[in-house]
Design a protein around this ligand. Structure first.
Ligand code: TXA
Ligand code: MG
Length: 316
């Protein structure tokens, strides 16, 4: 099994930095989900991430940096990007921007596109690793491609049980529990490529510009990773269910005394987001035949929850 290291464990931080510098892969906590990281300047190191995840090579990775100032080394910062960084970095926001002409990042992180996705994570475990390594770290979520994202160190260890040498920098339960909001910030208006904890309303409030959805211009904007089937448990998932069938697990929301597990008995969407991936994993087991999920209000972070649930339920 991979090794799980507690935060503030200085020897493990030193070893993780050495691993990254040598082109290896390290898993670490962020406030959204756990990431599987490698040196974004080193193509071979980035290739190891694709190999470990079984990720299709056309799906680009997010590059994590310690400070918002670092983004300008790698990408062209539009006025919109500057506004969004000022409002939301560090945090759960990823910006897709044009790569600078002399961008030193491996072209693999961009999967051959001329854009790059950048994020400044706020979690102290991610921050400490980025600062100690002094490197940009390419990191997708630390799950096998197409599967449920990890919100605990234990989930990462289960996903990569066949990589006994993998180091996991533990940061406890990921406080947000859903991947970052991905925004294309190359133009005048923010284009939402993946919903997350930073909602369209928050983006609009920070910029004063209405947020576009990729459906508005699918030929121009798309995110290669937003595949229909994703975040998928092994069992089938059925949505908007209030009464499960015999044999099914019921994942509840709000007052539902018959739920097998409840994302938030009080109907709190932030709590539900933090528990979603953990509970989907918990219910993906014998004796259940399927996972039936209660209706989730489509507002605020509920939009991101429903996005993940629709992909989890999509035909495989
Ligand atoms: O919260 C998160 O974002 C986590 C943590 C570890 O930072 N990372 C994460 O990475 O969710 P990943 O690889 O699972 O998802 C990255 C998403 C994918 O949908 C990918 O297609 C999109 O970002 N993406 C990355 N680079 C892009 C680019 N240049 N253009 C458009 N979309 C891009
Ligand atoms: Mg992912």
């Amino acid at each position: 099994m991979p090794h799980i290291f507690p935060p503030q464990h200085h020897e493990s931080l030193t070893k993780a930095v050495e691993t990254l510098q040598k082109g290896g892969v390290v898993a670490f906590a962020t406030e959204t989900v756990y990431g599987l990281g490698a040196n974004a300047l080193n193509g071979e190191a980035v290739a190891r991430i694709y190999a470990a995840k079984g990720r299709p090579s056309f799906n680009p990775l997010i590059v994590h940096v310690a400070d918002k100032q670092d983004c300008a080394h790698y990408a062209e910062i539009t006025p919109l990007a500057a506004q969004l960084l000022a409002a939301f970095a560090p945090g759960a926001l990823t910006l897709v921007l044009n790569r600078k002409a002399d961008c030193p990042l491996s072209s693999l992180v961009s999967a051959g596109l001329n854009t790059v996705a950048l994020r400044v994570p706020a979690h102290p475990v991610a921050q400490n690793l980025l600062k100690a390594a002094g490197l940009p770290i390419a990191a997708p979520s630390a799950n096998r491609s197409g599967r449920i994202s990890p919100t605990k160190a234990k989930h990462v260890a289960e996903e990569f049980a066949d990589m006994p040498e993998l180091m996991i920098m533990d940061g406890g339960n990921a406080p947000i529990g859903l991947e970052s909001t991905v925004v294309d910030a190359r133009g005048h208006a923010p284009v939402l490529l993946r919903p997350g904890a930073i909602t369209p309303e928050m983006l609009e409030q920070a910029t004063g510009i209405a947020c576009l959805l990729p459906d508005a211009a699918p030929e121009v904007f798309h995110s290669p990773g937003q595949m229909q089937s994703h975040y998928a448990p092994h069992r089938p998932v059925r949505l908007n269910i209030t009464h499960a069938q015999i044999g099914e697990a019921l994942l509840g929301f709000g007052h539902m005394p018959k739920a097998t597990l409840n994302l938030s008995p009080t109907g709190d969407l932030v709590e539900a987001a933090a528990k979603l991936f953990d509970y989907l994993r918990e219910l993906d087991r014998e004796p259940f035949t399927a996972i039936a999920v209660a209706p989730i209000p489509h507002e605020g972070i509920g939009i991101a929850i429903n996005d993940r649930l629709h992909r989890a339920a999509a035909p495989r």
